[in-house]
Design a protein around this ligand. Structure first.
Ligand code: UD1
Ligand code: CA
Length: 453
């Protein structure tokens, strides 16, 4: 095969999204839709990938550049042929595969099929499909697999409007025929340069244009509305769950959402109403849920994340247990065997091996050693109204219930903090620190109710 470049059209505004954001930046399972198209393009190992930008150019360009693709700019959206011509200089006579930035569900096997058809045909090839309601799409008038013409909705006659074979927009143009695009004129109802007009121009010059029909329309048709965005989201999630199940992950129930970049190792089980987001990585034999949200976190093997946990930007080491009802905030590290229980919030803190904070606690900006027991109702007072301070709790400390540790403060190794204390000074190693008032008894103070009666 000759050199192939991929051009991804992504200049359009996407009016029907009713959005401030360019359409291709709307997210599906945690990533802008254009990223899925770029991934497909990359799998084909083309010489170049060029994204044609227009609406919201800065935003899209900033994002797609991270994938190492090149960008061309279509300052004014004058139609699909015009958009493709903006990439001419970059593709340097290569054969061109045209993809759309708003057709993210396209599968690798579909493109493989299209490309092998193209290699045999070596003609301009459009991918078509059949739909119940063809309204809005270009109707493809064929004879066998030869395309006579493609007629846009606004230019179609009533008979042509009946045609249910439509143009997906995805097409291939041999390098030597790219010049035909320059002969396309904008003398139609929309005043646009239609890429589909290449069929008519080729016909005039005795060059064949072929149709490659794909049976699953939902995969090759673009996203134009918020409803289609939702449908794509669901389809993509189903594909992601299927891939995880094939590699040994169990999902025991519905409403499980897993973003595209999340990794999960085998024999992990996820329960219903759980959302694993962003760049989360999960090990083997982990159980998660129900009703859990984890974002951008690393969970090692044999961890149990119980119900109603919300976690972001954390690392949880082997054998730890979190939840139910815990909130784990960014820059938290829970080392091996740690237990964090109900109504415990941890932020920017490290809890070393086998430390436990099982109930009603806030640990912020803290370094907590090994085998520490944090009693119910413990609060690290890390904020003095203007600055954040660090609490250091050394190994084997026992913190009694209902205790405030006013940072900056250090609790020495093996020390005990008596329940109900407010600790403002460092506690020496092995000491007992108590700050509450001593208990007194005033005899006979209670109401002498029974006596009075
Ligand atoms: C186009 C096809 C139509 C096909 C339909 C499939 C033409 C003339 N028509 O319709 O036959 O059925 O796609 O969805 O090709 N774009 C640009 N610059 C532009 C115009 C469009 O980059 O000036 C991009 C859009 O961002 C989008 C794609 O091209 O990714 C399709 O644009 P859209 O306006 O949705 O398609 P139509 O022209 O209506
Ligand atoms: Ca469209």
């Amino acid at each position: 095969m000759q050199r192939l470049s991929v051009v991804i059209l992504a200049a359009g505004k996407g009016e029907r999204m009713v959005s401030k954001k360019p359409k291709v930046m709307h997210e599906i399972m945690g990533k802008p839709m254009v990223s899925y198209v770029i991934r497909r393009a990359k799998e084909l190992l083309p010489t170049k990938i060029v994204v044609v930008l227009g609406h919201g150019r800065e935003l899209v360009e900033g994002y797609v550049k991270e994938f190492g693709v090149e960008c061309a700019v279509q300052a004014e959206q004058k139609g699909t042929a015009h958009a493709l011509l903006m990439a001419e200089e970059l593709i340097q006579g290569d054969d061109v595969l045209v993809l759309y930035g708003d057709v993210p569900l396209i599968e690798g096997s579909t493109l493989d099929g299209l490309l092998s058809f193209y290699e045999k045909a070596r003609a301009v090839v459009f991918m078509t499909t059949e739909v119940e309601n063809p309204f809005g799409y270009g109707r493809v008038i064929v004879e066998g697999d030869r395309i006579e013409r493609i007629v846009e909705e606004v230019d179609a006659t009533p008979e042509e409007k009946e045609v249910r074979r439509i143009n997906t927009g995805i097409c291939l143009i041999p390098g030597e025929l790219f010049g035909l695009l320059k002969k396309i004129k904008s003398d139609n109802r929309k005043g646009e340069y239609y890429l589909t007009d290449i069929c008519r121009i080729a016909g005039q010059e005795g060059i064949e244009v072929r149709a490659y029909n794909h049976p699953r329309a939902s995969e090759v048709l673009g996203i134009n509305s918020r409803k289609e965005l939702l449908d794509a989201h669901i389809t993509m999630n189903d594909r992601i769950l299927e891939a995880h199940m094939r590699s040994g992950v169990s999902f025991l129930g519905r409403n499980i959402y897993i973003d595209a970049d999340v990794t999960i190792n085998r024999d992990t089980t996820v329960y219903p109403n759980t959302y694993l987001m962003g760049k989360t990585r999960i090990g083997e034999d982990v159980t998660i849920g129900p009703n859990v949200l984890i974002r951008d976190s690393v969970i090692h093997d044999d961890v149990s994340i119980e119900g109603f946990v919300v976690m972001e930007g954390a690392e949880v080491e082997t054998g730890a247990r979190v939840g139910p009802f815990s909130r784990i905030r960014p820059s938290t590290v829970l080392r091996k065997g740690v237990e964090v229980g109900n109504f415990v919030e941890v932020k920017n803190s490290r809890l070393d091996e086998n430390t436990k904070a099982n109930h009603l606690t806030y640990i912020g900006d803290s370094e907590v050693g090994k085998d520490v027991n944090i009693g119910a109702g413990t609060i690290t007072c890390n904020y003095d109204g203007s600055r954040k301070h660090t609490t250091i709790i050394e190994d084997q400390v026992f913190v009694g219930s209902n205790t405030e540790l006013v940072a900056p403060v250090r609790i020495g190794r093996n020390a005990v903090v008596g329940a109900g204390s407010t600790i403002t000074k460092d506690v020496p190693e092995g000491a007992l620190a108590v700050t509450r008032a001593e208990q007194r008894h005033i005899e006979g103070y209670g109401r002498k109710k029974q006596c009075a009666e």
